[in-house]
Design a protein around this ligand. Structure first.
Ligand code: CTP
Ligand code: MG
Length: 229
């Protein structure tokens, strides 16, 4: 049984505004990327990690990941958007690990994802699901508004979920979804849905938040100060 994780890490981190790719930003002495890759390997369920790096910083990212087993962690040049970065990492994975049973796609920006949650996604795919996403209930009240900003409806939030990563797939299902994909998507499972596939859910975790802004980074630093995540 072989599990591969693709880690899109080629973004510029514009909203974080750290002046460097977000994946290389450090929290308490370790970069988001090292934490994300470390979490995947610490789950004990992931055999290979393929990281999509900013194309002009492949060597920097390779050095950054030097603490890990070089046979398990590979770096490829990413693309102009997340979908392209995943597509490029997937192509390398298919050549390097043609016998994979599960492919995960996991944002480097979700650096504090609990390893047990990663294991739950792998288990759900091995249990027969073709696509699996971790989700959380929506905490805020959700309104629908018109173009002028006036409220047109209050949406029933009970069936709504916010979506995290890692998302897990049978390799052929992810490949078919990317082959059918036209536009870029923010969510790999969304491509499976578009291609008519069924997507299952497992419980997400607050620590798997995506570090997007300086506020998110401050939240992660505060949590780290009281519990080792
Ligand atoms: N990503 C990627 N390739 C891109 C763009 C994004 O691999 N061309 C990755 C990011 O590195 C991140 C994940 O996709 O791990 C989610 O993207 P996001 O949070 O939007 O990160 P950035 O694109 O770096 O941030 P921003 O949009 O603020 O620039
Ligand atoms: Mg982005």
């Amino acid at each position: 049984m072989t599990v591969v994780a693709l880690v899109p890490a080629a973004g510029r981190g514009v909203r974080l505004g750290a002046g460097m790719p977000k994946a290389l930003v450090q929290v308490a002495g370790r970069s988001l990327l090292v934490r994300a890759v470390g979490g995947l390997l610490d789950s004990g369920r992931v055999h290979h990690v393929v990281v999509a790096a900013p194309p002009d910083q492949v060597d920097v990212v390779e050095r950054e990941l030097g603490e890990f087993d070089a046979a398990a962690v590979h770096v490829v040049a990413g693309g102009a958007d997340r979908t392209e970065s995943v597509r490029l990492a997937l192509a390398v994975t298919e050549r390097a690990v043609p016998d994979a049973d599960v492919v995960l796609v996991h944002d480097a920006a979700r650096a504090f994802t609990p390893p047990a949650m990663i294991g739950a996604v792998v288990d759900a795919v091995l249990g027969g699901a073709s696509a699996v996403i971790p989700v959380l209930p929506v905490a805020d009240t959700i309104k629908q508004v018109d173009e002028a900003g006036a409220v047109t409806a209050t949406v029933d939030r009970s069936p709504l979920r916010s979506v995290q990563t890692p998302q897990g797939f049978r390799p052929g299902v992810l490949r078919a979804a990317y082959d059918a994909a036209g536009d870029a998507a923010t969510d790999d499972a969304g491509l499976v849905e578009r291609a008519g596939g069924e997507v299952r859910t497992v419980p997400g975790h607050p620590n798997a938040l995506k570090i997007t802004t300086a506020f998110d980074l401050a939240v992660a630093e505060s949590v780290l100060a009281v519990e080792p995540i």
